[in-house]
Ligand binder design. Structure first.
Ligand code: NDP
Length: 315
């Protein structure tokens, strides 16, 4: 049978390119989990994914209620779940003030981390039931959360500190909308959310890989400087960023190429190892990359997991 893969944020950028790559192979049915139903349908047609190879389902990661509803609706569809790709993200680099999710969490960490944390925890049960031979949960990471790289050292750097803002509920009322309890900074909130994504992948691996056989992996697909992720940035940045990445850092990848990379992590037998953070070299060959000290700290991963459980009301 075809594999069934849920991809969050499949209506643009990397998610759409991945859906396209998998849809073309004919070996996958893609559940496009998107906040804008009509846009997802339109984009699926625009890139030519054959109709029988995809289903659009509504999911708004900025609402935990919507996440729970999505998991219920998916379950009722009777489709097995073989692979889950947590790809959607928001980024507010120029925001002066924080915005908040339905439950009142700072928007970047609330959407990118907490929404996906609840989603993957709920869907773990469905993955366990599938008889697919290579079940996977893939959480898209980023170089920007990794302070052991050049890109990760451009300020403001990711830093979760002692997690005091996170433990306080990240709502700007009790303490601060930032994980480390500091002043609001939109670019840093995004990087912090990506560190949480990478820590979550590893904690999943430690807690569930042996018992379930599920592969938990993360990746940095390269800098896809043309996606909507940068939609909130100033015009000059949007103009200069793609050529800067192409000619100066040479980290630029096209959406097509990045989609093929994520599709490999979904389906390629040679990328089935669990607990790995994948990257690609300049010849487009994959390799197991090192995470920064913070993004690979098991104590921090455990704490982030436990606080997240409380915030999404799983514990
Ligand atoms: P895009 O902005 O193009 O895609 C993000 C997707 O997330 C969109 O489809 C968007 O939906 C969706 N989304 C946003 N908020 C929500 C929500 N509340 N509920 C459901 N879906 C939502 O950016 P990219 O493709 O670049 O980003 C994809 C992933 O790649 C992210 O995890 C990002 O961190 C990561 N990444 C990107 C890099 C880059 O250089 N671009 C580099 C490294 C990692 P809609 O279509 O409706 O806007």
């Amino acid at each position: 049978r075809k594999g069934n893969v849920i991809i969050t944020g499949a209506s643009s950028g990397l998610g759409l390119a991945t859906a396209k790559a998998l849809g073309e192979s004919g070996e996958w049915h893609i559940i496009m989990a998107c906040r804008d139903f009509l846009k997802a349908e339109r984009m699926a047609r625009a890139v030519g994914i054959p109709k029988e190879n995809y289903t659009v389902m509504h999911l708004d990661l900025a609402s935990l209620e919507s996440v729970r509803q999505f998991a219920d609706t998916f379950r009722r569809s009777g489709r097995p779940l073989d692979v889950l790709v947590c790809n959607a993200a928001v980024y507010f680099p120029t925001a002066k003030v924080p915005t908040f999710t339905a439950e009142g969490f700072e928007m970047s960490v609330g959407t990118n981390h907490l929404g996906h944390f609840l989603l993957s925890r709920l869907l773990l049960e469905d993955l366990k039931k599938s008889d697919f031979d290579s079940k996977r949960v893939i959480i898209v990471g980023s170089i920007t959360g990794n302070t052991n790289t050049l890109a990760g050292n451009i300020p403001p750097k990711a830093n979760l500190g002692d997690l005091r803002g996170f433990a306080g509920g990240l709502n700007g009322v009790n303490i601060s909308p930032m994980i480390d309890g500091g002043e609001f900074d939109g670019a840093k909130a995004y990087k912090d959310s990506k560190v949480c994504n990478m820590l979550t992948m590893q904690e999943f691996h430690r807690r569930y890989h042996e018992e379930t056989g599920i592969t938990f992996a993360s990746l940095y697909p390269g800098c896809i400087a043309t996606t909507g992720l940068f939609r909130e940035h100033i015009p000059l940045f949007k103009l200069l960023f793609p050529p800067f990445q192409k000619y100066i850092t040479k980290g630029f990848v096209s959406e097509d190429e990045a989609g093929k990379r994520l599709a490999q992590v979904v389906s390629n037998p040679s990328l089935a190892k669990s607990g790995v953070y994948w990257s690609w070299n300049n010849n487009s060959a994959s390799f197991e990359n090192q995470l920064s000290e913070e993004a690979s700290d098991p104590e921090k991963a455990k704490k982030v997991w436990e606080i997240s459980e409380k915030l999404v009301e799983l514990a």
